[in-house]
Design a binder for this molecule. Structure first.
Ligand code: SAH
Ligand code: SF4
Ligand code: F3S
Length: 439
């Protein structure tokens, strides 16, 4: 049997795309393996949201050269967001000519044909579509975790935040039909899935491209009605599109978890405008207040960019102010990275690296203090945990997540994996909680 390895960089969209590739490969009789030396096929599913992500891919590609020399029959494929950019494809052709197959995000469903064609030629096969086609339903998929599954509800993005490459790599926004989504989730539940994460770059604008009127809140109510499904998560929510109807749906649907990922990106109104985010600091803080009021104990997480072009010390203080006021449960923090082809790349006043790093460190300090405070509130509280597996370091320690998406470690037997249990938090730490299983 032929063996494959898929390595994935980037967000859940990419992870889920890799699950689809794995599904197609399984249908072709391929088996997954761990060691690149044993692989007949290596696929890199790439991300270009920041320069770091790209550099990692190039570094890893370079390491494949000696392997390919030893095993010329091995096929190397590169796909994902990076490939949607012509200058990157050119760079790969020039510097990594040993790559056999290049394809993009819009023609992932054609992978079996591409692979077959690739095997019949000695040249590099490059097929990238500039534009998204129709949504393709029914692709097989091998989910990494049976208990938890990603489900795309929409693809693409229309927001064009001025720093962001995603609208160029993932195309325009388009939604899957609710029936297709519900059908997929029912099938997952029949196969043991307890928790789904609904994926979209901006789930709050779900439904806008569909003929029958439906919005994200309606979809949540529909999915909430699926029997034996335990938990519903979703990401990402763009603050500009969170309606009061959606907040009500989150509060009313018992399966929808008490967690919202609400990227703020920056605190200064001037910077937010220049980022094309379409909300102000005041609107964001009011939104957070409304959500907290409607869903007590909800955890709020965010994405923050430091050092956007033109960001002054005063602007940055506004970001710190939002962090202090909201008290995030967690945050992904990024140093602004120039993305070729985006409007912000051409803006004047790019911020020097040392200033970006200095601000980044200050942000982390304040953020971590807040996260620690949030976790400390959970001391002696009883939380509901879905047990996902054992702890990385200790086989007798189980690891699970609360509905608020916090990791909890506690002693227990492996038979409990997959169960939803009550755990008392005994020792809250900055990045995880330790607890005791209640009998
Ligand atoms: N659709 C999601 C996330 C997309 S990318 C959303 O709108 O929130 C994930 C995060 O990467 C973004 O939220 C942003 O914080 C960060 N990001 C995107 N482009 C970036 C860039 N050029 N430099 C630094 N961070 C960036
Ligand atoms: Fe990028 Fe903005 Fe779209 Fe998110 S909403 S993917 S940050 S353009
Ligand atoms: Fe995701 Fe990276 Fe593409 S964040 S959408 S994999 S550019």
């Amino acid at each position: 049997m032929k063996k494959y390895i898929i390595e994935t960089w980037g967000c859940q969209m990419n992870e889920h795309d890799s699950e689809k590739l794995a599904g197609m490969l399984a249908n072709m009789g391929y088996l997954e393996c761990d060691d690149k030396k044993d692989a007949d096929l290596i696929i890199y599913n790439t991300c270009c949201v920041r320069e770091n992500a790209e550099l990692k891919v190039y570094g890893n590609l370079g390491q494949l050269k000696p392997l390919k020399q030893k095993n010329p029959d091995m096929i190397i494929g590169v796909c994902g967001c990076m490939m949607q950019q012509a200058h990157i494809v050119e760079h790969i052709k020039e510097k990594y000519p040993f790559v056999d197959l290049i394809f993009g995000t819009h023609n992932l469903h054609n992978f079996p044909v591409l692979l077959a064609n690739c095997k019949q030629t000695d040249n590099m096969l490059v097929e990238v579509w500039d534009q998204e086609g129709e949504i393709v339903e029914g692709l097989p998929s091998i989910r990494k975790y049976g208990l938890k599954a990603f489900v795309n509800i929409m693809y693409g993005c229309n927001n064009f935040c001025t720093y962001c490459i995603v609208p160029y790599t993932r195309g325009r926004e388009r939604s899957r039909k609710p029936d297709d989504i519900v059908e997929e989730i029912k099938n997952l539940v029949d196969n043991g899935t307890k928790e789904v994460t609904l994926l979209g770059q901006n789930v709050n604008s779900y439904g806008k491209t569909l003929e029958k009127p439906i919005d994200f809140a309606d979809l949540l109510y529909q999915i909430n009605g699926i029997e034996r499904l335990e938990r519903i998560r979703f990401m990402t929510s763009h603050p500009k599109d969170v309606s009061s109807k959606l907040i009500k749906a989150i509060a009313e649907c018992d399966k929808v978890c008490e967690h919202i990922h609400l990227p703020v990106q920056a605190g200064s109104n001037r910077v937010l405008k220049s980022m094309n985010r379409k909300y102000t600091k005041e609107q964001y803080l009011k939104l957070v207040e409304d959500i907290k009021k409607a869903v007590p104990n909800i955890s709020i997480t965010t994405d923050i960019i430091v050092g956007f072009p033109g960001e002054t010390e005063k602007d940055f203080i506004d970001t710190l102010d939002v962090v202090e006021k909201v008290k995030y449960d967690n945050a992904f923090t990024f140093i602004y990275s120039i993305r070729k082809g985006t409007p912000a790349a051409k803006m004047e006043d790019q911020i020097p690296d040392d200033v970006k790093h200095e601000r980044f460190n200050r942000l982390l300090e304040i953020l971590h203090k807040g996260v620690e405070e949030q976790n400390a509130k959970l001391k002696d509280q009883i939380v509901e945990v879905l047990v996902e597996g054992t702890s990385k370091n200790d086989d007798d320690v189980l690891m699970g997540r609360t509905r608020t998406n916090k990791v909890v470690n506690f002693k227990g037997s492996k038979d409990l994996i997959g169960e939803i249990l009550k755990v008392k938090v005994t020792n809250p730490k900055k990045f995880s909680l330790f607890g005791e299983l209640l009998e």
